[in-house]
Design a protein around this ligand. Structure first.
Ligand code: CTP
Length: 408
């Protein structure tokens, strides 16, 4: 099922060069399953033609409050009555100022004012020059519209169309899409701080070689994203992977198991949920060399000695915080066979209330997976699905467990 299936979004464009990004945004919203009705201000039409937006949205664009196509001549009312969301992207400094004052002298601002405020949320993606963005008047207006119930997204930073560099660019279309998808997810983990480990670790042999594994980190990154979508503060401790950081997630990059152990121990101080998805190397070479180990021409191979890495999950789960109700620990088990037996045994060994089993070789690097949730009372299967869908289901399940625990 597409993330925005069944959602009707009114996409408003006010004047700004960022209108060029709104064409792509419209396409992405539709691709994600939404139906989109575009509304443009006269200034927006200076930057993007209604023809383009009509072609992309497959609906005629509205721009006038006097549009006689509406039988009651009240486009400003009709537009939002079936909408799940009003999204102003770009929202110019002038447009935000209008909203802050409840002004309504064109269709887009009139529609925002006339929308049913309790049922049709307003999401705003600001776009302007950096001086305009940091001007106290704009910042004051942003505070005001937020107080009035709008959700103001952040801005991007970088080179601007005017040639200056700084904050104020509209977020990229895909970032706005992620914000919209996230907006519609239930906020089951609001107030929680989730710590996630993801990806493989890399255990150095010498400066150019090391030992790692096939974990792609995709499941852990999906879980971090799902937890963030559910309203939690999320810290993601990631082994060496090149995946993009999910929006709103704080990422700490580490290399070895020891690095990960240290980062987790620091970040666990204020975590309330710990989800260990990382495929941590069980052993590391006892010693590493500063210089590359060279062949000596005799055909003799170097002999490596290993020592065991700390078990990050077990040590946290057995700690005072892990044993108290302050921290809920969830483990993963990447198995190649006997999933249920191994997962049950691993849950007890790690000392966690919930362990999630999956078949490693069948999931490493893929975008889908199948999970087996094992707890003290039995098992629950989450059948094959995209990693993001599974992550959302797992997060919803964990939220219920935490709720039950708090009530008991
Ligand atoms: N884990 C960990 N630190 C380690 C090893 C594993 O935190 N040094 C965590 C993993 O992130 C996962 C769980 O423990 O949540 C199980 O990891 P897995 O690799 O499946 O199991 P192992 O503990 O390595 O046990 P085995 O080698 O017997 O499968």
């Amino acid at each position: 099922m597409k993330d925005l299936a069944g959602k009707h979004i009114v996409l408003g464009l006010s004047g700004g060069i960022a209108c060029y990004k709104s064409a792509e945004l419209c396409r992405l919203l539709i691709k994600a399953g939404a139906s989109v009705q575009v509304v443009m201000t006269a200034a927006a039409e200076q930057f993007m033609t209604p023809v383009t937006m009509q072609a992309l949205s497959q609906h005629t664009v509205y721009s006038s409050q006097w549009d006689a196509r509406e039988s009651n001549n009240m486009a400003h009312i009709n537009l939002t009555r079936q909408a799940d969301l009003c999204l102003m992207a770009p929202a110019s400094a002038d447009f935000i100022a209008k909203l802050a004052h409840g002004q309504a002298d064109d269709l887009a601002s009139l529609m925002c004012l006339a929308r049913p405020i309790d049922t049709v949320p307003l999401l705003i993606a600001p776009a302007m020059n950096l001086e305009m963005w940091r001007h106290p008047a704009t910042q004051r207006n942003v505070v005001q519209v937020t107080r009035d119930g709008a959700h103001v997204l952040g801005v991007g930073s970088g080179e601007q169309a005017c040639g200056e560099t700084g904050d104020g660019r509209m977020l990229e279309p895909v970032e706005i899409l992620d914000e919209v998808i996230s907006f519609f997810q239930p906020k089951a983990l609001r107030g929680q701080h989730v710590l996630v480990t993801a990806g493989p670790t890399f255990e150095a042999i010498d400066p150019v070689r090391g030992i790692t594994n096939l974990s792609s980190g995709k499941m852990g990154f999906a879980i971090a994203r799902a937890a963030r979508e559910a309203g939690a503060e999320v810290t993601l401790v990631a082994g060496p992977v090149s995946l993009p950081t999910p929006r709103g997630v704080t990422r700490v990059d580490v290399k070895s198991a020891l690095n990960m152990f240290e980062a987790v121990n620091t970040k666990a101080q204020n975590a309330t949920i710990f989800i260990a998805t990382s495929a941590v190397a069980d052993w590391r070479p006892e010693s590493t060399t500063d210089r590359k180990i060279k062949k000596d021409g005799t055909g003799q191979c170097p002999v490596l000695h290993f020592v065991e890495n700390p078990d990050i999950l077990a040590s946290l789960a057995h700690s005072e915080r892990g044993q108290s109700r302050a921290l809920y620990c969830v483990g993963f088990a990447a198995e190649s066979h006997d999933l249920l037996t191994n997962a049950q045994a691993k849950r007890l060994r790690k000392g966690v209330p919930l362990l999630v089993g999956n078949i490693g070789p069948e999931t490493f690097g893929r975008d889908d997976n199948a999970l087996l949730l094992v707890d003290e009372s039995g098992t629950r299967e989450l059948s094959r699905d995209s990693k993001l869908s599974l992550a959302r289901k797992l997060i919803a399940d964990i939220a219920i467990r935490i709720g039950d625990r708090t009530e008991n």
